[in-house]
Design a protein around this ligand. Sequence first.
Ligand code: FES
Length: 152
Amino acid sequence: MDREAILKKFEPNLSNILYIMHDLQDTNPERYLSKEDVEACADYLNVPYSYVHSVASFYTMFSLKPRGRNIIRLCESPPCHLMGAHSLLDYLKGSLKVDVGGTTKDGMFTLELTSCLGACGVAPAMMLNEEMFGNLTPEKVDAILDKRRKEI
Ligand code: FES
């Protein structure tokens, strides 16, 4: 779906800004809001470019720079931290050979951190795109990422 078609799905009300931004980002193959996306959203909603840009900067679920085809968002809030998220992060950084915010060389995964995902009961937890995973171990993470690699 092109940018124009995405915008037309929504009434040009400011209350739709997050929906529009989500759709624009999700349909971008590099899973980010490009300058053109931000401009189009601002024009459509009749707000300044800086307004949309500041919304995109405020929420961690939006990115203003290109990312991989899959976004790993590991929870770094205290319950997950206490249950081993920190060592899981070290494991992910080592196995993917990226730092936080980085994208693997093959463009498959971007590694990000997030605050509580609301899944503290199964800490440590992460999201892979829209899907939640808990009770993570390095072995489970490997299985999740391998499965995703085979799906693409
Ligand atoms: S602290 Fe990690 S899901 Fe709540």
